[in-house]
Design a protein around this ligand. Sequence first.
Ligand code: URA
Length: 427
Amino acid sequence: MSERHDAVEVIVAKRDGGELDDSQIDWVVDAYTRGVVADEQMSSLAMAILLNGMNRREISRWTAAMIASGERMDFSSLSRPTADKHSTGGVGDKITLPLAPLVAACGVAVPQLSGRGLGHTGGTLDKLESIPGWRASLTNDEMLHQLEDVGAVICAAGAGLAPADKKLYALRDVTGTVEAIPLIASSIMSKKIAEGTGSLVLDVKVGTGAFMKDLDRARELAETMVALGTDAGVRTVALLTDMSTPLGRTAGNALEVRESVEVLAGGGPEDVVALTVALAREMLRGAGREDVDPADRLTDGSAMDAWRRMIAAQGGDPDAELPVARHTEVVTAPSGGVVSRLDAMAVGLAAWRLGAGRAKQGEPVQAGAGVEIHARPGEHVDAGQPLLTLHTDEPERFERAKAALESGFDISETAPEPQPLLLGTVG
Ligand code: URA
């Protein structure tokens, strides 16, 4: 088959600051998926996009080409509306776990296709896999059936969904091109649009523990994604939320499941509850069910019922004991005072080094590893009092985890100004 374009022509056009036309974009994404455009050519194009950007038409077309590389799911046969949430990733961000069953308990179906963690941020599937028996892979038919029956599914995206993104994301990861806003936005939105949700809420994280370290870039990413969703007919809104401090009091797989269950039981840390309820409200609004108050469903037990059914439907035992790490070590406060800073990146890195995350795709993770936080910013500690507990199966990991935390917190005489969790809304 003769090709419509060649890779060097497309790379040079973007390298020289030009706009790619629709035909060039359709071709290069398709040809890369087919293996006609080589990895080194696509990495050169990704770098040209990172350096020179793309306009709204180019990003929209690039996203459409990534969707067209695979299958599109269709939930229109369901008896209830659908809503999904995507977080750009943070430390201790276990919100999907209580959120999906909570929204299902409010009468809206949640088809949540999730990923595994890479680097310092945890992956939702890794967290759920710490529950004995739970399985991440479902067929499309099983997913549809569970959505109708239980109302919530959290599972792995099948190989058929946006295969161009799977290939490109792995390439970006090893070529220093992850941070390009057009590539992040099209990567996330191609999967969410192909997944077939009717409405979408984006949680765009800002701060040391996030991809986006400053508010302006986070807002630009949020605006780009909201425009892509809206153009594709998906009602999309984004919340900009703080990720300079970890969410809640745990970072690590089974530790985060335990905390999520506390939230579903009507307790749990205040910030986790507040963000879960704020995102649930936006999802319900997107699905036309703003008449339901999600806060009530956390306290009346119906969100917990939906959680138990969701876990059991995927082979998990909601009553099973969760795995616990074989070793723990306590980090104590070096002086008395008020915790004025607890850095999300430092805690994420420590949890990762303890074995909660992986360095390479495909590596196993430890279910019990992670960091437990005893004092969050604004809380008082005495000298020598426990600040953090580190958990791992391999005690030789403690030293490097402690090194990550060395400059990761401050204790001051006076309390810090309370930092808002919600920093803005787009859409
Ligand atoms: N998550 C994605 O799915 N893609 C990106 O590019 C970044 C985060």
